[in-house]
Design a protein around this ligand. Structure first.
Ligand SMILES: [Fe+2]
Ligand SMILES: [Fe+2]
Length: 279
């Protein structure tokens, strides 16, 4: 049961002339940006899987879940379109990301064609679990602090996106349990297994994008500049690793339910800043 109603907002983000490296901690910024080209195909995949799963539901008994799936899909469509607009700027700056985007997108299409629905929903839930748990990092500014800037359109876009990820965090979890929740111990084990499968898969691609972008950023550096950049990269990676492991701990508990995730402090402020989509 959802506690708040999911709303679909229509922010306008203008990425014309946006700086891809939008904060002084370039290695951190590039790591954050690198999610974007992969997020677009993941969220296209989410919407496809949700439509397939929705067809298995009972229009009367599952009416509330179906309503939330529709709202979820409308939010995700807006998310991936918005990221796609920013991805153009990334591609222009670093054409080497293009084959990585294509390879990831092709793999996701193959999954939709070949994998059983339980597996597909497990992959989706791995991604959604992370969104629901790391939302405070954008909404309350931990990532912006690390990047060294709060003002970029890119940071604002991620902040809106993660606020909505928090808002719709229970939908895939509820759908997975509605269709594949019995027996409970097996549902838990498979959910945790798929968390590992999905995070290794998409973070593997995000890391390849990050490496390509770092290479682009480091073009023309002196050996001293390169050494300094590599040292900052290692420092950022360690800070993020420790923080992330702590954030995602709840996922591994049999009692995990994203409904109980702590809300970001600035959630209402961020969500209320954007007009609702007209329908
Ligand atoms: Fe999203
Ligand atoms: Fe989502």
């Amino acid at each position: 049961v959802t506690t708040t109603e999911i709303k679909v907002r229509s922010p306008e983000f203008d990425f014309t002339d946006v700086e891809v490296v939008w904060g002084p901690n370039a290695e951190a910024v590039i790591g954050l940006d690198a999610g974007s080209p992969i997020i677009t195909p993941i969220e296209i995949f989410l919407v496809k899987v949700m439509r397939m799963a929705k067809a298995q539901l009972d229009p009367v008994a599952d009416a509330e879940l179906i309503r939330d799936i529709d709202l979820f899909n409308r939010q995700e469509v807006r998310h991936y379109k918005t990221h796609a607009a920013f991805n153009k700027a990334i591609r222009e700056w670093c054409p080497a990301v293009v084959p990585l985007e294509t390879a990831y997108s092709d793999e996701m299409d193959a999954f939709v064609a070949e994998k059983p629905l339980r597996w597909l929903l497990g992959y989706c839930e791995g991604f959604e679990a992370i969104g629901g748990l790391v939302a405070p990092d954008w909404v309350d500014g931990w990532n912006q602090e690390l990047a060294g800037s709060f003002s970029s359109t890119v940071a604002q876009m991620f902040r809106w996106h993660l606020a909505e990820e928090y808002e719709h965090r229970t939908v895939v979890y509820r759908l997975y349990h509605r269709l594949f929740g019995e027996p409970a111990d097996e549902a838990h084990e498979f959910r945790v297994e798929m968390f590992g499968v999905s995070t290794s898969h998409f973070f593997g691609f995000i890391d390849q994008v990050r490496q390509a972008m770092l290479e682009r950023y480091r073009e023309g550096m002196t050996p001293e500049e390169l050494a300094a950049s590599e040292a900052r990269e290692a420092e950022v990676a360690e800070v993020q690793r420790v923080h992330f492991e702590q954030r995602v701990q709840p996922v591994f508990a049999p009692s995990y339910d994203p409904a109980g995730n702590p809300a970001p402090e600035n959630l209402e402020e961020v969500l209320s800043a954007y007009p609702l989509e007209a329908r």
